[in-house]
Write a protein that binds this ligand. Structure first.
Ligand SMILES: [Zn+2]
Length: 447
């Protein structure tokens, strides 16, 4: 055997296994779980630690292959698989992307989405406030189809970023997914705050008419303005009707996006009931400064990619979301050369800490939301998302009583505390907070 992980508390939330045992890894797989002691090349003493399935992040970013800061920070959190390309960002040349990533080496397993915003750009819809023509929609569908054939997981929409994209445009594009079993459509919905119910109803209609599995992205940041209960009710009713809709959420009461996006079009202060004082510039040459309305307008124009963090969400609403049975964790993590929202380096340990300190839910349920649930949603559950013999050895060895995020809004990339080792496909990728340099991740194609 290659690796023995001895005396750890082995917790597989799917099967209910929760017992001090030994775990043997043979190459990239879990070969044996039990009491026996067999010879092994490397021994990791997990006494005092829990051994849990590697975390699966169903809502990640890090679209730029040349900037690995997102992948590295997610890995230090214990994230062994990510779905990248959410919120309309995604990819439009999947095969090339895959080749590029494999050449560079992957820090964790990777699945990607085709981004609707990228599709619009590619076919020349440069104005986000206009609807694509029928010819442009046909072109987008062709490109999407090619990407799906090349193994992309699905398509992501960032409707808030493309106010001009009509429901018809979305329905037309999404219809392609019907020919690709296992594919998924993710939605950053059209409106937040007061109009979020309207935006969710639009996605429910799209789900009903297209019959495509839908993932509602970061609901906490869309509905966490006193709208969570209504929003969850709407989705529950849709699911009761037979629609395939699930949700992700990150455990922070602040969101982040680029200053130049339509999110900050006129009226956002009324929408959130908060003004510029709730905004924080998190990247670029204006990082850390206090905003005046002149400055805000100027940066929006001259440096539209500047990341802004908006401290406008209600914590109790975010907790309500995290607790809901349709909700799994998604970091929404994405750094630009190490700058951005701390969720990219802290979402998973923060979630586990909040579960522990605020007693949000039983430990087992919290582990399901970061392993088995997203594995199932992504259709990778026959190989990942649990600790079982024959499964891929994606593992986190951590102290569940102590794990916590260290990343803050001031220092957003700090690695967490309490995570001893992270293994990706049987290779030790993180040792005591430090990356070992192993790039053992695999591209997981939709099949
Ligand atoms: Zn988004």
């Amino acid at each position: 055997m290659d690796i023995l992980i001895k005396n750890g508390r082995v917790v597989d939330p799917r099967s209910g296994i929760d017992k001090t045992m030994n775990l043997y890894l043979n190459q990239d797989k879990i070969a044996y779980i039990g009491e026996e002691k067999l010879p092994a090349g490397v021994v990791l003493d997990a006494s005092g630690y829990s051994v849990v399935p590697g975390f699966i992040d169903i809502h990640a970013h890090g679209e730029k292959v040349e900037d690995s800061s997102t992948a590295e920070c997610l890995l230090r959190q214990g994230v062994t698989t990510i779905l990248s390309g959410n919120c309309g960002n995604g990819y439009t040349g999947y095969k090339t992307e895959v080749i590029e990533r494999e050449k560079q080496g992957l820090f964790q397993n990777w699945l990607g989405l085709v981004g609707h915003s990228f599709l619009r750009n590619l076919v020349g819809v440069s104005d986000r406030y206009i609807e694509a023509s029928s010819r442009e929609v046909e072109e987008m569908k062709e490109i999407l189809k090619i990407n799906l054939k090349e193994g992309a997981k699905g398509v992501s929409f960032g409707l808030e970023y493309n106010p001009g994209a009509s429901t018809g445009e979305v329905l037309n594009i999404i219809s392609i997914l019907a020919d690709f079993p296992g594919s998924l459509a993710t939605f950053h919905v059209r409106y937040d705050a007061q109009k979020v119910e309207e935006a969710i109803k639009e996605v429910i209609t799209i789900s009903r008419l297209s019959k495509v599995p839908v993932q509602l992205s970061h609901l906490g940041s869309m509905a966490g303005f006193g709208r969570m209960s209504n929003s969850l009710n709407l989705i529950e009713n849709a699911v009761a009707e037979g629609l395939d809709i699930m949700i992700d959420c990150y455990p922070y009461n602040a969101f982040a996006t680029s200053i130049g996006t339509a999110v900050f079009d006129e009226g956002f202060e009324e929408r959130w009931g908060r003004g510029l004082e709730a905004l924080e510039i998190a990247s670029g040459s204006y990082k850390g400064i206090s905003l005046t309305s002149e400055l805000f307008k100027m940066i929006r124009k001259t440096e539209p990619d500047t990341i802004v963090i908006a401290h406008v969400l209600q914590e109790e609403e975010v907790f309500m979301c995290l607790k809901h049975p349709l909700v799994m964790l998604g970091s929404d993590g994405g750094f630009s050369l190490g700058e951005g929202h701390p969720r990219g380096a802290g979402a998973f340990p923060r979630f586990l800490r909040l579960v522990r300190e605020k007693k949000l839910m039983p430990e087992k349920e919290s582990l399901l939301k970061i392993s088995w649930m997203p594995a199932k949603r992504l259709g990778i559950h026959t190989e990942r998302g649990r600790i079982a013999e024959g499964h891929q050895a994606d593992l986190v060895i951590l102290d569940l009583d102590r794990v916590r995020e260290k990343a803050t809004f001031q220092s957003p990339t700090l690695p967490p505390e309490g995570i001893r080792w992270v293994l990706v496909n049987g290779k030790i990728a993180v040792d005591n907070g430090t990356l070992t340099g192993a790039t053992a991740g695999k591209v997981l194609l939709n099949k």
